[in-house]
Design a protein around this ligand. Sequence first.
Ligand SMILES: C[S@@+](CC[C@H](N)C(=O)[O-])C[C@H]1O[C@@H](n2cnc3c(N)ncnc32)[C@H](O)[C@@H]1O
Length: 183
Amino acid sequence: MKHEPSYLEIFLTKLAFFFYGRSIYQAFAALLPLDGGERVLDFGCGMGTVAYYTAKKLTHGQLTCLDISERWLNACRKTLRPYGNVDFLLWEPPVLAEESFDLIYCHFVLHDIAEGELERVIPELVKSLKSGGVLVFREPLKETEKISVIKRLIGQSRLGLKDSRITDIPLMGNALESVYVKE
Ligand SMILES: C[S@@+](CC[C@H](N)C(=O)[O-])C[C@H]1O[C@@H](n2cnc3c(N)ncnc32)[C@H](O)[C@@H]1O
C-alpha cells in the first residue's frame, strides 16, 4: 500500500543516516557481493541510505533506486546527487524488465508490505534477476510472521539460499540478513 512519509519522518531518517550511516547502511552495502560492474536494484530505496554507499561501490556499474513513494524518491535523488551511475524508478505500475539485474537488495522493506502484495512483488523481483543473480534482504527479526511469508514465497521461486545470519543493528535490534541466488 502506498504511504507518503511526513516531513518529520524524512527528517528523522536524515538524522539516523547522519549519525548511524556507517554502522547501519554502509555495513549492509559492504556485505553485498559486488565487483563494481553490476546492474543493481535497490528495492524500496527510501531516501537512499544504502544506495549512497552502493553507488560508490559500482565504479563501472549502474544502480536503480526504486520506491513506491514519490516523496521518498525525491529525497533519494538529493542524497544520490553526487553520483552519475544512478537512475530512479517510481514503481507504479509494478513492472520490471525480465532478467535485467545482477543483484537486488531490500533493506527493511519487505516486512512493511502486505502478504497479498508480496505475492506479486517477490515473483516480479525474481523475474527481473538474471540467471545467477543475487537477492539480498535485511528485515527485522521480530517480524516473524512476515519473515515466514517472505521465506515461503522465495522458496516457491527459482532461488537457492546461499547465506543467512542474524545481526544486531544499532537503533533497530536484531535483523535477519539472507542471500539467495537464482538458478
Ligand atoms: C522502512 S523504509 C526503508 C528505506 C530504505 N531501504 C532504508 O533502509 O533506509 C521502507 C521503504 O519501502 C518503500 N516501499 C514500501 N512498499 C513498497 C512497495 N510495494 N514497492 C516499493 N517500495 C515500497 C517505502 O516507500 C519506504 O521508502
